[in-house]
Design a protein around this ligand. Sequence first.
Ligand SMILES: Nc1ncnc2c1ncn2[C@@H]1O[C@H](COP(=O)(O)OP(=O)(O)OP(=O)(O)O)[C@@H](O)[C@H]1O
Ligand SMILES: [Mg+2]
Length: 237
Amino acid sequence: MRKIMLLNAKGGCGKSTLATNLASYYASQGRAVVIADFDRQGSSMEWLEARPRDRPPIRGIAAWRDTARVPRSTDYVIMDVPAGAHGPDLTALVRRAQTLIIPVLPSPTDIRAAAHFIHEMLLVGKIVRDETRVAVVANRVRENSSIQNTMESVLNSLSISYSTLNTQIYHNLERFLSRLRIPFIATLRESQNYLVADARGLGIFDLTHSQVARDIEQWEPLLKWIESKRSIPEPAR
Ligand SMILES: Nc1ncnc2c1ncn2[C@@H]1O[C@H](COP(=O)(O)OP(=O)(O)OP(=O)(O)O)[C@@H](O)[C@H]1O
Ligand SMILES: [Mg+2]
């Protein structure tokens, strides 16, 4: 069972959008999917309620209030979590996942906040112990923007300021960032297709192919990464 969490302390960066799109993608592939919504806003649950009955089923767990168990036969558990998780709450959430995907909006403030958030997560023992794998996804990027340069330069400058921190953590941070190679795994454009799909309880993978070809192409590196060993921590392999 793959346990994938969409996470970022920042609100509105696309956690729920990525969660519902991943869930509907795996469902369309015939996999058994659970979407666990830890956010009491319930966006993922509302999306699931709107989902047409003739589409491949996805099971929902309103995890902010339900303690329902995920069936053993589940292939993918996709966890959508609220913004603003810090400290012990963040630790408790992160421990549920093998794979963390952090969507980041393309503004310098969001990128800086994400870098600090990633750093906070490195203090959560689980990531230091290499029991969780992390990727960053740039989301809502207007095409032709200079997001890549901005992200790289901000993360690079942060790694300098981190040099005063505990050497071990700094080392892990460095390793972590270099494991991402470019500091993020995929770039998803700003696209109405996400809104169209969302309103209908669907993902972009369910829309007419010609309409979403460009978006689907942008998901490929993320989907590939999720299927690769690089996104699965050692004990879970
Ligand atoms: N790539 C995209 N293109 C266009 N709109 C997008 C894209 N990604 C997300 N959105 C829109 O941005 C808004 C915020 O996205 P979403 O709800 O997924 O963020 P979130 O991180 O779950 O927010 P919250 O922290 O409130 O839970 C939504 O209206 C969503 O439809
Ligand atoms: Mg959300």
